[in-house]
Design a protein around this ligand. Structure first.
Ligand code: NI
Length: 166
């Protein structure tokens, strides 16, 4: 299957993604495809809805596309605790031509399954925590532009509308 990155306002990005019931070849293939597209587009995180699959799968590699040393796939991830706050500038492969400051928790703990179907509990802070919150948002149909001010959002939507009308 040939997958590609879907961009806002594609409807799949705005839907609640369904849980993975069984980690089979389809899910393993999906996670490989996600990692490939994440690296090709020089991202550090990707969620399945971004490649057109409404499933709760996230790939993350903070070492980046040049090193590709810390790839992890989280199946059905959920945040089980969060603390403190941090504001960082975010962008998204599905939100073209835009970056904005977003406030999130600075430290989180998540529970998920790995590709072998084992439960993992990971905790982290700063970039890792921000990235995971951003990706888990995607699974709930939420984009980082849902966290910005109404005025900034209206300006971005106007820009997108102009692109679409062209
Ligand atoms: Ni994103």
């Amino acid at each position: 299957m040939s997958r590609k990155i879907h961009t806002y306002p594609d409807k799949i990005l705005l839907q609640q993604a369904g849980p993975v019931e069984k980690i089979d070849d389809y899910i393993v293939d999906l996670s490989r495809d996600m990692a490939r597209l994440m690296y090709e587009n020089r991202g550090i995180g990707l969620a399945a809805p971004q490649v057109g699959e409404s499933l709760r799968v996230v790939t993350v590699d903070l070492s980046g596309p040049d090193r590709q040393e810390e790839l992890f796939t989280y199946i059905n991830p959920e945040i089980i605790s969060s603390e403190e706050e941090i504001t960082t500038e975010e962008g998204c492969l599905s939100v073209a031509g835009y970056q904005s400051n977003v406030r999130r928790a600075r430290k989180i703990q998540i529970r998920a399954l790995n590709l072998q179907g084992e439960e993992v509990i990971h905790q982290g802070e700063d970039l890792w925590a921000v990235c995971l919150q951003h990706e888990i948002d995607h699974l709930n149909g939420i984009l980082f532009i849902d966290h910005i001010s109404r005025l900034k959002r209206a300006m971005y939507d106007k820009k997108v509308k102009k692109w679409l009308d062209r």
